[in-house]
Design a protein around this ligand. Structure first.
Ligand SMILES: [Zn+2]
Length: 226
């Protein structure tokens, strides 16, 4: 099965079985990039190295796409701010991998039940600061850093690269709106982990408060926060 076919099948399976992810994927720019070691998101779009996807099973492609969508959903690229990017990458991977079916992810990913239900900031604060972070990368002489094994204090590798989110508050508002719309449209279909459902309910409440403020001030709510 070629890579494009794997990606199409993963999207179709997500739309059918996990429509929240499928819906968000449909409205997210997804493109190939053979200059990155594995996958990458800037919180708005997703890129992947087709050579890496070629080494994954169709189920793992689905799991990796869920992983990228969760980075977007939790605004991890926006929350990076002045943190150490490598450590934040580790913390966010630990936070979201527990929300994805283990069988769908590549075996070497970061996963540790001690971080269950913890926000990425809390994991970030508690991680040793001197970990040697290793990224998953395309196998072979042309790909990756050539490092093997895992860093001190870690039990796996980082799936991808996080880049700062472009566009500031406006982009953040657009993503939050997109997430709430996808959640509302699909919450009765497919199973979402309790941790995710709680997050969406909190996000929805905070957006509702913003709507009330706009109504009070201007008598209408701008389209981009609905
Ligand atoms: Zn990641």
């Amino acid at each position: 099965m070629d890579v494009k076919e794997k990606v199409s099948k993963a999207k179709a399976r997500l739309l059918l079985n996990q429509p929240f992810y499928g819906t968000l994927l449909l409205s997210t720019d997804l493109s190939e990039d053979d200059k990155i070691p594995s996958a990458c998101t800037n919180g708005v779009s997703i890129r992947y190295n087709p050579k890496w996807f070629d080494t994954l099973t169709p189920e793992q492609v689905q799991g990796v796409l869920q992983h990228e969508i969760l980075h977007i959903v939790f605004l991890h690229c926006d929350r990076l701010k002045r943190k150490d990017a490598k450590l934040w990458n580790v913390a966010t991977d630990y936070a979201i991998n527990l929300l994805i079916n283990y069988n769908l992810l590549p075996k070497e990913v970061l996963r540790d039940s001690q971080w269950e239900g913890k926000a990425a900031e809390e994991i970030y604060d508690k991680l040793p600061k001197d970990v040697n972070v290793v990224n998953i990368s395309v196998p072979g002489p042309c790909g990756g850093s050539g490092k093997s094994g895992q860093g001190k204090g870690l039990n796996g590798k980082v799936i991808d690269e996080l880049q700062p989110m472009p566009g500031g508050d406006e982009t953040r508002a657009e993503i939050e709106s997109k997430v709430i719309v996808a959640y509302e449209a699909t919450k009765d279909k497919g199973d979402l982990p309790a941790g995710l459902t709680r997050y969406f309910e909190e996000l929805r409440k905070s957006r509702v408060k913003w709507s009330s403020i706009f109504m009070l001030l201007y008598g209408h709510v701008p389209a981009n926060i609905l």
